[in-house]
Design a binder for this molecule. Structure first.
Ligand SMILES: [Zn+2]
Ligand SMILES: [Zn+2]
Length: 217
């Protein structure tokens, strides 16, 4: 018996290849609906809520070294806009294709040999165990790839007002008087620098010259 725990055929993402058989070229199509496992998606950004329905369409093709699995998963993903933080939903459609290899390509009765020399090459390989394969890691990767890293509620979302947090898309003319006052202050400063010699703003950088002027008057 292999060292790793046996796959549980009752798990929704474990599939049985016995019906398909090992004759190369054999095809099997199937659909399955299951409840999303925990953390399906990009954590903290967007994902399929745990327990939400996921529809799976699969095509299993028997090839010499294993089973080539091609499929699509569809579900409703939920997250929030990275600009305005509004909740958002999107239709997720994740395509994937993955090879599940027979651990015993030549002799199906022989126990699986632990790959030592080719550990790096075999690291990412997925295997069929006792005629079963687990699609969960493949599905997880495909879902992450299909989801946006920076989801937005709409392409031209204007985000939030930096002053008060209002959603600018709802109110494109939104502004604050405080902002205007600051602008006015900046413009005033620019004006006084242009004028050069005026010293009404006593808090400015030290200027010895005006003091001399006053003494002369
Ligand atoms: Zn938004
Ligand atoms: Zn505001």
């Amino acid at each position: 018996m292999a060292l790793n725990a046996r796959l549980d055929h009752r798990k929704p993402l474990v599939f049985d290849t016995h019906e398909l058989g090992r004759r190369p070229g054999a095809l099997q199509r199937l659909t399955r609906e299951f409840e999303a496992p925990q953390d399906l998606g990009i954590q903290g950004v967007i994902g399929v809520p745990e327990g939400a329905p996921v529809e799976l369409e699969l095509r299993l093709e028997s090839v010499m070294e294993g089973v080539l699995v091609t499929g699509t998963a569809r579900a409703q993903a939920e997250g929030e806009c990275v600009r305005c933080l509004e909740p958002l939903e999107l239709e997720l459609e994740a395509d994937f294709q993955e090879m599940f290899s027979y651990p015993d390509a030549d002799d199906r009765g022989r126990p699986k040999a632990e790959p030592v020399d080719d550990a790096e090459e075999d690291e990412d390989r997925l295997f069929i165990e006792d005629g079963l394969f687990d699609l969960e890691p493949v599905l997880r990767d495909a879902v992450v790839l299909a989801l946006p890293m920076q989801p937005v509620c709409q392409d031209d979302c204007l985000g939030l007002c930096s002053e008060c947090g209002a959603r600018l898309t709802d109110d494109p003319d939104h502004h604050h008087d405080a902002t205007d006052i600051r602008w006015a202050a900046l413009q005033g400063l620019a004006g006084s620098l242009e004028d050069g010699e005026k010293d009404e703003m006593s808090g400015e950088a030290p200027r010895p010259a005006p003091a001399n002027e006053k003494q002369e008057k």
